[in-house]
Design a protein around this ligand. Structure first.
Ligand code: ATP
Ligand code: MN
Length: 164
């Protein structure tokens, strides 16, 4: 049913739970995984030249600053966990507006399932969904599995001790 699963990742700890769940699905369906990190050029203060955008696509982060280097770390985490489970994985990086890039990538690469976290790096569990996930849901016609990552990490205490 699912042959190609897309895991968009922002490299946040909150998202690691989503990665595990995505790989569990991929493994059961014997699907190939594409891990995708998008360097968010929408963020204030980031503007990349054509040469940098190219370099990102080619995965050449070595020469770049911390922000872009996060890309290789993010997808490397997914790749490592995938290999542990014997799941075929490819790492991809792009630059642009994350939600649009994710939706376009899903079309271009013939993805049949997108698995992503409800929250990511900003991790504001007060909002129902992170903005990237919300926009992907609006912009793609692919199936999307949204893993609840909103209560991970520092927000755990706010739940008032429900036994976890
Ligand atoms: P916001 O960014 O709206 O302040 P947030 O960071 O908590 O809130 P999102 O950015 O929507 O929430 O993150 C939810 C999921 O979206 C992440 O788990 C990840 O799967 C995906 N995602 C977010 N940013 C990126 C990115 N730059 N590249 C790839 N995937 C991303
Ligand atoms: Mn975010």
């Amino acid at each position: 049913m699912y042959e190609h699963v897309l895991i968009p990742t922002d490299g946040s700890e909150t998202s690691e739970h989503a990665v595990d769940e995505a790989l569990e699905v991929a493994s059961r369906f014997d699907a190939t995984v594409s891990a995708l990190y998008v360097v968010d050029t929408d963020s204030v203060g980031i503007s990349l030249g054509a040469e940098q955008v190219d370099r990102i696509r080619q995965g050449r982060f070595g020469e770049m600053d911390d922000l872009e280097a996060r890309a290789s770390d993010a997808t490397a985490y997914v790749a490592e966990r995938a290999r542990e489970r014997g799941v075929d994985v490819e790492e991809h990086a792009r630059a642009g507006r994350p939600a649009s890039v994710i939706a376009d990538f899903a079309d271009d690469a013939d993805v049949d399932l997108i698995v992503m976290g409800s929250h990511g790096r900003s991790g504001l569990s007060r909002v129902v969904l992170g903005s990237v996930t919300e926009h992907v849901l609006r912009e793609t016609h692919k199936s999307v599995l949204v893993v609840d990552t909103g209560h991970a990490g520092e927000d755990a205490e706010d739940r008032g001790g429900d036994g976890e």
